[in-house]
Design a protein around this ligand. Sequence first.
Ligand code: HSE
Length: 437
Amino acid sequence: MKPINVGLLGIGTVGGGTHAVLTRNQEEITRRAGRPIQIVAVADRNVERARELVGADVTVTDDAFSLVKDPNIDIIVELIGGYTTALDLVMMAIENGKHVVTANKALLAVHGNEIFAAAQRKGVMVAFEAAVAGGIPIIKALREGLSANRIQWLAGIINGTTNFILSEMRDKGLSFETVLKEAQRLGYAEADPTFDIEGIDAAHKATLMASIAFGIPVQFDKAHVEGISSLDAIDIKYAEQLGYRIKLLGIAKRQVNGVELRVHPTLIPTKRLIANVEGAMNAVLVQGDAVGATLYYGKGAGAEPTASAVIADLVDVTRLATADPQNRVPHLAFQPDQLSDLPILPLEEVETACYLRLRALDKPGVLADVTRILADLNISIEAMIQNEPAEGEDHADVVLLTHVAREKDINAAIHKIEALQSIHGKVTRIRMEALNG
Ligand code: HSE
């Protein structure tokens, strides 16, 4: 059977892994796909290294645009990353009638609507399993495996770098800055870790999952994004005392009037399986009305785990390449003319329980003032701890867990609590999720 020809844009970590796994498992992959999948050309800035990796039979160039124009190439695998050149290359590949496989979550979360529309017009596929949670087949699960369900919510640990940092902070009682430096020294965190630690990478992934789960256009610009850089180790300790762990979660939740789409540090009960996902591992919990809760766990990054997802897409595209475009799996799981205009809700409308930590003067009536503010806003308290002031200090940490309340009311309460004479400094707020299906 005639092989399907692949042009690889970028042969760094994931590209190298893709070449290695395709070569190693060639026979089994061909038996699955129905025809050989072969990398015929590679574009990379480092031509010499690329040549060493792929050998003499594969065309190697530093001109990625030559691959997207090459009539001999059926599928472009985009592993360059970023929003600029990658966008031009993907759009040009589509215009030239090529299918695209990409691991580029940033590109799809920001430009996905125009990319999918162009692919629809040209009758080509854009597959992106590797863009979310690396080797975990979460896109396939949401798009196909769960297609009987009305998906109610999903919550994921979808950034390994931040999960590694949070695990180390908890295990060793270290500060964020100390662990970040160590993670960079060990090569776990990028030299510029902004996308990871500020929650942007997780928000890209949550945006894509929300679109597939609820059949809405990609709307990264409406996501609430908060990272872990201002998280204090003391809050991890207090959370632990109360039976919770703090994880950076990407959350997408269907409400009657819209969709919640948010990334932020979150307290989750320690007894949930997902709370025990440690180190750089990823996991996504999905709640469907028919199936109930399902949990997907695995490596969210790395050469071969991510290559596993890239190659699964290559197999899918190969199998469906000759099918009528109308009968293929829609890019966002729902037929393109059936996407919903359900809005992304503003954060003020979101309802969650909250962890609040305040430094209160240790004298009669202070807690009464705080609880009165909460009661007046109809915010109910679920649990509370207060430590004795440290020696020589007159303020003590008070930690309150609230029942579910509207963000707008919690904001108003925090504002009023911070204005009390007896409260020192800012109130720390961390949202909570029960994740109990
Ligand atoms: N930087 C990501 C992470 C992996 O730390 O999980 C690629 O998406």
